[in-house]
Ligand binder design. Structure first.
Ligand code: ZZB
Length: 258
């Protein structure tokens, strides 16, 4: 699986993270790295998600930069030449996902570039980096989670202002208009981020519809089909050092070679 790792710079740590990070990163710029298959949607980021019950690490990339992701992802990165020494993981500290909530970060290419880290209980430790950037206009999971967080801010122990950015139109499709995910969530009667089955179906439809029939509404490639814009946005982010290429070995391949 070939992901794009979006580098989301920490602008201001949450109080809980700040207390742990203090003095441990040696002046490095720290980035949450979100694994996405949809770089063309980055204009519509409204927040970022981490699993509140997952463990994250802060890993040294160089003398100047550090990445926040799962240990598992850092290990994969080490073998993809992303860190200073191939195959070597240099962990600066470990952080509970729950402590990252409320951290303010910079979302590259986003129309609203200052966003917050919020909790998503369905983030899998076994996929990507454990950091997910949220695009509620085009991702049904993101839309369902954002709406749930807004409804139950107190229960989730978040400040309502952290979830305040509304979905932003990024891609237009003939069937679902410019709000593919909200439209699908409504028509499939999805009420909660725990409605796993209809959410999986909505995700499948949104992927296909966006890829085959979507047109960009914003950004440098406005007016172009998603199929053409996807890789152009990815390349543009990578050459500007706003993203990295991050690949993930398939489970099957590992067990075959083991
Ligand atoms: C931004 C985005 C915008 C995404 C969109 C999707 C969509 P897949 O297909 O199952 O491999 N993701 C990444 N890592 C995780 C994780 N550890 N746990 C849960 N979700 C994760 O899923 C890849 C997509 O799932 C990624 O692409 C990421 O969300 C999320 F408009 O990034 B995406 C129709 C989907 N639209």
């Amino acid at each position: 699986q070939e992901y794009t790792g979006i580098k989301m710079a920490v602008v201001q740590w949450s109080d809980a993270a700040k207390a742990e990070v203090e003095g441990k990163v040696g002046g490095r710029g720290v980035f949450l790295v979100a694994a996405t298959l949809r770089p063309e949607t980055m204009y519509g980021q409204t927040n970022c998600f981490v699993g509140p019950a997952l463990k994250y690490g802060v890993f040294a990339v160089s003398d100047n930069e550090a990445f926040v992701c799962t240990y598992r992802a850092a290990r994969n990165m080490a073998f993809q030449g992303i860190f200073a020494t191939r195959g070597e993981v240099h962990q600066l500290l470990e952080l509970d996902g729950s402590k990252l909530i409320g951290t303010k970060i910079h979302a590259p290419f986003a129309i609203n570039p200052e966003v917050y880290v919020l909790p998503m209980e369905t983030v899998l430790a076994t996929k990507g980096t454990g950091v997910v950037t949220s695009v509620p206009s085009d991702s049904p999971d993101d839309y369902a989670t954002l709406m749930d967080l807004r409804k139950k801010a107190e229960y989730y122990k978040i400040d309502a202002s952290w979830a305040a950015i509304d979905p932003i139109p990024v891609i237009s499709t003939p069937t679902y208009g410019d709000m593919t995910a909200p439209s699908l969530v409504k028509s499939l009667k999805i009420n909660s981020p725990k409605d796993a089955k209809p959410l999986a179906e909505a995700k499948e439809i949104a992927y296909k519809e966006g890829f085959y029939n979507g047109t960009m509404l914003v950004g440098e490639f406005k007016g172009e089909p998603v199929q053409e814009a996807k890789n152009k946005v990815r390349e543009s982010m990578i050459v500007q050092n706003l993203a990295i290429a991050y690949a993930e070995p398939e489970g099957l391949v590992i067990s075959r070679s083991a």
